[in-house]
Design a binder for this molecule. Sequence first.
Ligand SMILES: Nc1ccn([C@@H]2O[C@H](COP(=O)(O)OP(=O)(O)OP(=O)(O)O)[C@@H](O)[C@H]2O)c(=O)n1
Ligand SMILES: C[C@](O)(CO)[C@H](O)COP(=O)(O)O
Length: 232
Amino acid sequence: MRYEVVLPAAGSGKRMGAGKNKLFLILQNKPILIHTLEVFQNDANCTGIWLAVKPEEREYIQRLLNEHHITKVKGLPNGGEERQHSVHSCIKEMEQVDIVLVHDAARPFITNDIIASLVECADVKGAAIAGVRAKDTMKKVRDGIIVETVDRDDLWMIQTPQAFQFDILYKAEDVAEKVGFLGTDEAMLVERLGYPVHIVEASYDNIKMTTVEDLVIGEAILRKRSQALGNF
Ligand SMILES: Nc1ccn([C@@H]2O[C@H](COP(=O)(O)OP(=O)(O)OP(=O)(O)O)[C@@H](O)[C@H]2O)c(=O)n1
Ligand SMILES: C[C@](O)(CO)[C@H](O)COP(=O)(O)O
């Protein structure tokens, strides 16, 4: 099943503290952004990539795309103040497709098997998102005091990609903009319209490069993969 993917890449990377867009940081001699782009560039089912970027970073990113032979990018719309706005700027420019995925450009370790499962599920069910089961005990805290321990059996740590039939996400983004609703992921916008959103179990390797510790973890994930391929 073919799909197009929206990669929001217009963040500031404040929590990383690199003083620049964290997507330009190098992991195993390549920018994080290129690691993520190559997953979709090399996926025959991906027919287009939409990259939300900061205007001042567009020229540099275009140079990176050329240097690394990323040819599937269909557009580089301006990112917005919030992640949701960046995603929406891409959705508004896209032409109708069957399935659209939204994936954090800051998650370079996604794999094609998980993408394929998400696309297949969204094609049948309408909406499907990646996640992994919570491993730690989760508690609600108020003013520094535990107010509730949440039943861990029902808790998932949500990731991206998040896959949707295009019309569902298009409508959800449009309504959210009209009513001024701001979510931390696309699924929230779809849930609030009453559509069922299905979970697809992903991987604990599918981390989001958020803080400096994630760079160390990311290098370890890439080393593990190289060793599995016999590239010592
Ligand atoms: N206004 C924004 C904010 C985030 N993103 C993108 O959304 C993804 C996930 O966001 P996050 O990890 O929070 O990135 P930053 O916003 O850059 O990080 P921080 O919150 O630490 O500044 C990233 O690929 C980021 O580039 C975006 O396109 N537009
Ligand atoms: C979309 C997301 O990756 C799901 O976990 C997460 O909500 C993004 O949060 P961020 O603060 O914008 O990185």
